[in-house]
Design a protein around this ligand. Structure first.
Ligand code: FES
Length: 318
């Protein structure tokens, strides 16, 4: 199992309505592992769940991890508990950064889309692209400026002229025209999107309509829509390397069945959005329920924390 880092809340600041920025410093002078734009950390909310938060500021030598947290009463409760109970000076456990939303390598132009709290990884990407002298533009959408974090920071950034802010309650001419902003696909253009599910689905669907290929579309979901489990049935998992067969009962996840059977499996979000549990499928047809894998990746992989099986048996590369 991955070892956790102990961090102290060095600062906590409201950066928009219902959004707090937290700054974590290592306890006892330990070093915090470095990361690149798009990375997130797992935060073990005291007395509560584990939640993933994107890091919004690149390492700057100060040994800090910085996250932005939206207090969303509609969410599964981790963020509300974090904002309501965690204050400066508290000590928390966090994971080392993981990155399932990394920038492409090379000189291609990046079109960045952020919706609401989705600005956190996108801000970090803009900083990295700017630092590396690479070409990009950033579209930041929100309901109203009061609920949009880091506007001051973006307006004061060296790359401010590359940022367009689209507020739902603003003048019609500044609202997002997704087709115009996404533009025509080209081999040297990549699109990155993060934000609420409906916003992301809209941006991605528009890009696909315009002819963009999956290889150039990159996204990070924060939360999955609730899954209907009423028709779930049991199925079997065969572990290729040992030949063992494990039954997944109707009321348990494949991940839970694997862990109960002593199979080592890393879990984090347990909701099909973070990518931690990705497992290769060798035979059988998964019933994909995650928001993480691309259509191409779904041909070979599945996420046992949330996905099930359309066939009576899945053979996994475990
Ligand atoms: Fe996050 Fe499975 S644990 S996708």
């Amino acid at each position: 199992m991955e070892s956790l880092l102990q961090v102290r809340v060095a600062a906590r600041q409201l950066v928009a309505e219902d959004i707090a920025a937290y700054e974590f410093a290592p306890v006892d002078g330990a070093e915090l592992p470095a990361f690149e734009a798009g990375a997130h950390i797992d935060v073990h909310v005291p007395g509560g769940p584990v939640r993933q938060y994107s890091l919004f500021q690149l390492p700057d030598g100060s040994q800090r991890y910085r996250i932005g947290v939206l207090r969303d009463p509609q969410s599964r409760g981790g963020s509300v508990r974090l904002i309501d109970t965690v204050k400066e000076g508290d000590v928390l456990s966090v994971s080392a950064p993981r990155n399932h939303f990394a920038l492409h390598a090379g000189p291609a132009h990046a079109v960045l889309f952020a919706g609401g709290i989705g600005i956190t990884p996108i801000l970090c990407m803009a900083e990295q692209l700017s630092r590396e002298g690479r070409s990009f533009e950033l579209h930041y959408c929100g309901r109203t400026p009061a609920r949009m974090a880091f506007l001051d920071r973006l307006h004061g950034a060296s790359f401010a002229e590359r940022v367009q802010v689209h507020a739902d309650d603003g003048a019609p001419e500044q609202r997002l025209d997704a087709r115009a902003s996404i533009g025509a696909p080209a081999a040297d253009r990549h699109l990155y999107v993060c934000g609420p599910t409906g916003f992301m689905d809209h941006v991605l669907a528009t890009a696909r309509e315009l002819g963009w290929t999956e290889a150039q579309l990159h996204r990070e979901y924060f939360a999955a829509a609730p899954i209907d489990h009423s028709a779930d049935g049991p199925f079997e998992i065969e572990l290729k390397h040992s030949g063992r067969c494990i039954t997944v009962k109707a009321d348990q996840s494949a991940a839970q069945a694997l862990i109960d059977a002593g199979v080592p499996l890393s879990l984090s979000c347990e909701a099909g959005v973070c990518g931690t549990c990705q497992t290769r499928v060798l035979e059988g047809e998964p019933d994909h329920r995650d928001l993480y894998l691309t259509d191409d990746e779904k041909r070979e992989h599945f996420m046992p924390c949330c996905s099930r099986s359309c066939t009576p048996r899945l053979v996994l590369d475990l």
